[in-house]
Design a protein around this ligand. Sequence first.
Ligand code: NDP
Ligand code: HSE
Length: 430
Amino acid sequence: MKKDIGIGLLGLGTVGSGVAEVLVTKADSLAEQAGLPLILRKVAERDVNKRRSARLGPDVLTSNPEEVLSHPEIDIVIELIGGEHPAKEYIERAIANGKHAVTANKEVIAKYGYELFSLAGEHNTDLRYEASVGSGIPLISSFQQELAANKISVIHAILNGTTNYILTRMAQEGLDFASTLKQAQELGYAEADPANDIEGRDTAYKLVILSNLAFRTKFVPQDVYCEGISNIAAQDFLYAGEFGYAIKLLAIAKRDDDEVEMRVHPVFIPRDSQLAKVDGVYNAIEVETDLAGKLVFYGEGAGSLRAASAIVADVLAIARNIYHGVNNVPEIRLNQRVTVKPMSEVKTRYYLRLDAPDRPGVLAQISKVLGDNAISISSVIQRESNLAAQTAVIVIMTYPAEEQGIQKALKQLKQLPVVSEVSNFIRVEG
Ligand code: NDP
Ligand code: HSE
């Protein structure tokens, strides 16, 4: 007869500290819900002498992960060190040692999820990852269970707290990129390597995880077209505003028959749309379904306790199963027909910002390049940028066109003698 459920934790950073705090401060209520006390037995951290907020007993902290992975009285291992390696190997070792695993690691789940689920299946253990997308927003369980009877056709989502925080503060307060990124890091939103947030990779991992559940497939991160926000300049917010748009980093998945397009990039979205009003660290996930209609999930997408909420819920679900002696390893039946639509065939509208000399005939040459590539212009703004040098900024909004056409046109525009610079180009959604 078990007298408690042993927990082991790998990583005591932003999220690990939150999880340790919740396991300690909510111990009574968690024990009541699980049927047995949840005991945090061992915590592995690279530097055990680092100052940290979580108060742990003297024997709990170790610098040796093996003390967690093979501890005979640990039933559930929580991986919160982040990154690809050795996180993946630690999860594998935990499972191979017969332990259940919980992780918030979107990179590992997006890249190796199926391999790990299958390993967990072989060892009759559970692997849960609710916090990996949207932190405390209940997405994984909703996609796995509550939406299971639906055919999901579209996902439009803001999935990264760091970039949404940066874009919001740049747009609303005119702050610069570097200082807002620093604030996002101080608030504990950013990844250990913030390039994963900025370049859109963190969002792409999350889109893979959601798409795999939504379309019952085995997508990998390379299936997602991915661009980050580092090219967005103050001027782009200005012109977006003039045209009635906000700029957001969106994750988009659209299913057409059995072909799915998946992309992550900055977009212009209408200022009065729901997603345009999602600010700061908030995430929002719009899902279009055949039965439940259009759903919107909304909440803070990063932060210590936001993630801890989902992680401890995963722990609790496993603990309840242990108490009742049942296993809950969800079987995923794949839809083998689904394929990825090449980005070159995706059709959207575009915003282009060019620098050019301010003289007659320039606009005509630019329009010709676009026209030759089957791109129609819907509106143009031309602003003098330097009176003495007689240069202008030309901003163009197009009608829907194929990505391969716009890419060809961009190459040709860059070579056009009358174009000094193609300063930015951003897709328009909605
Ligand atoms: P942190 O960088 O704050 O914490 C990771 C901790 O693990 C650090 O203390 C780090 O030590 C330690 N660590 C790293 N590698 C090892 C190792 N090999 N052995 C032992 N300890 C190690 O990251 P977060 O807490 O922010 O993120 C953890 C995970 O949660 C990531 O997968 C992240 O994507 C995910 N996540 C994060 C959210 C957030 O809001 N921050 C929200 C949802 C998910 P050191 O500092 O010395 O490197
Ligand atoms: N770095 C991530 C974000 C953490 O900013 O959204 C939450 O997954």
